[in-house]
Design a protein around this ligand. Structure first.
Ligand code: TYD
Ligand code: MG
Length: 455
């Protein structure tokens, strides 16, 4: 029989390696690889499946199953990100940087679910119950029926949950939990995995919905939420820029609804408040027409969102000019700069380029390419786009503009917020009476000529 081999696991991305290394090949992080004890191989000698196990009941795809019932949290933004409400017996991971507001969000959600009649248990492994209570007072939730516990021993927690059988259990955070059957420190990859596994199987077995908090960590001292993403049904990330009050809850995986849906919150003195109309908020403090500022009509999940793309282009004193990006992908910026140079003959050599998505928003859509290109050009030429114009479209390496999905929804949102013109790729499906004048453009050189004049 093969001897169980020790593996080495990256605590940031969960990749396994045969031997230890200073840097993880999979994600590029340093000092995140740690030894993990081998899994038990089961009874020795026999392969599995040799009349040892019980037969599993099989059904076919035609079998009809009712849609899962859902509990509404009474918080629209949270419900939408969950795919329409909390599904019983589901396991949800809420990841995010420390201090971003995960505990605040979940405490508010817990109180909200409790108010709707659910039995909710909130287990904090990081704060004492008095601290949680203090926070609840600050949030005006002190009289809600949430049951609190401060505990990190998972055996005791699971015993309590078995006995109490709540509708929802919140574990804050999975990285503080430890199992006495696992021989490593709390926060290690083995402990975090084992804890998440125990809690998700408990959720399935007892029909309790479980929400786990997971800190995103850079240092690799404790395992990040990535190592448990595959175990849970739904993965939500709570994002936001420090210094901005906006927080975005994004579903990156959801077995019960669309992924990539976002919920927008604002951190106030009295906790998180929902933002029902994010476009208005992201554009609220827009100034007069200014060079380098372009409004992008984007889609986040099922919802259109308008955001401002800002660019600054300035002569550089460095031999290798600066390329700085906030809220967008740096590689994609390089690509757009290259396409502008190769296809439209506009070079950014010797120029520093800064790109920022206003309001602390993060955009992943390729449909923002054209808006970014427009912002870069506008900044470089020092010529502002008309104030009432939105831009969207994907740029291909050939310089052609590719149509993007849901053009109609983007236009509708733009009209709602008082924009009258849109610059879009020629191939987009747009009906005549969208209320917004659409300037269709086929490729980048033509776009440059039409919007900024031939030079
Ligand atoms: P917290 O929920 O503790 O973050 P996490 O659990 O993700 O680590 O949020 C902490 C931050 O939120 C802290 O910097 C203070 C701020 N905050 C407010 O601004 N208003 C509030 O009402 C609360 C409760 C917190
Ligand atoms: Mg917390």
């Amino acid at each position: 029989m093969a001897k169980p081999v020790t593996t080495f696991v990256c605590s940031a991305c969960g990749a396994t390696h045969k031997k230890w290394a200073g840097r993880c090949d999979a994600c590029g992080e340093w000092n995140t690889i740690a030894e993990e004890a081998p899994l038990s191989q089961g009874p020795a000698g026999k392969g599995l499946g040799a009349a040892k196990g019980a037969r599993v009941a099989l059904s076919d795809l035609r079998t009809e199953e009712a849609a899962p019932p859902r509990h509404s949290s009474q918080m629209n933004e949270l419900d939408r990100v969950l795919g329409g409400g909390l599904v019983p017996a589901s396991a949800t991971l809420v990841g995010g940087d420390p201090g971003i507001g995960k505990s605040t969000l979940l405490l508010q959600a817990a109180a909200s679910f409790a108010r709707a009649g659910l039995k909710v248990i909130y287990v904090s492994g990081e704060e004492a119950t008095a601290q949680v209570r203090m926070r609840a007072q600050r949030l005006g939730l002190a009289d809600s029926a949430v049951l609190l516990a401060a505990e990190t021993n998972l055996r005791d927690i699971l015993t309590t949950l078995e006995a109490e059988a709540p509708d929802l259990a919140i574990i804050d955070s999975v990285q503080t939990m430890w199992l006495d059957t696992v021989d490593s420190a709390p926060g290690s990859v083995s402990q975090v995995r084992a804890a998440a596994h125990e809690l998700t199987t408990f959720a399935k077995r007892r029909g309790t919905a479980v929400m786990l908090v997971g800190h995103v960590t850079k240092e690799g001292q404790i395992a990040g939420p990535r190592v448990v993403e595959h175990m849970v049904d739904t993965v939500l990330y709570f994002e936001g820029e420090r210094g901005h009050q906006f927080r975005i809850l994004r579903s990156v995986k959801n077995r019960f609804g669309p992924a990539d849906e976002i919920g927008v919150f604002e951190m106030t003195g009295a906790g998180l408040s929902e933002v029902a109309n994010p476009s208005a908020l992201f554009l609220s403090d827009r100034e007069k027409p200014s060079p380098g500022s372009v409004v992008f009509a984007g889609i986040e999940g099922t919802r259109p969102v308008l955001v401002e793309v800002q660019a600054l282009v300035a002569p550089s004193s460095l031999s290798q000019p600066r390329r700085a990006v906030v809220g967008w992908d740096g590689g994609r910026l390089s690509m757009i700069l290259a396409v502008l140079e190769a296809r439209a003959g506009i070079t950014f050599q010797g120029l520093d380029v800064y790109l920022n998505i206003a309001g602390g928003m993060r955009i992943n859509e390729p449909a923002a390419d054209l808006a970014v290109a427009a912002a870069l050009l506008s900044a470089r030429e020092d010529a502002a786009l008309p104030h009432d114009t939105v831009v969207f479209g994907e740029l291909s390496l050939s310089g052609a503009l590719r149509p993007v999905s849901q053009a109609e929804n983007r236009l509708k949102e733009a009209m709602k917020l008082g924009f009258s013109t849109a610059i879009a790729p020629a191939g987009c499906k747009i009906s005549q009476n969208s209320g917004v004048t659409v300037q269709s453009t086929e490729d980048l050189p033509r776009f440059v000529g039409e919007v900024f004049g031939a030079g």
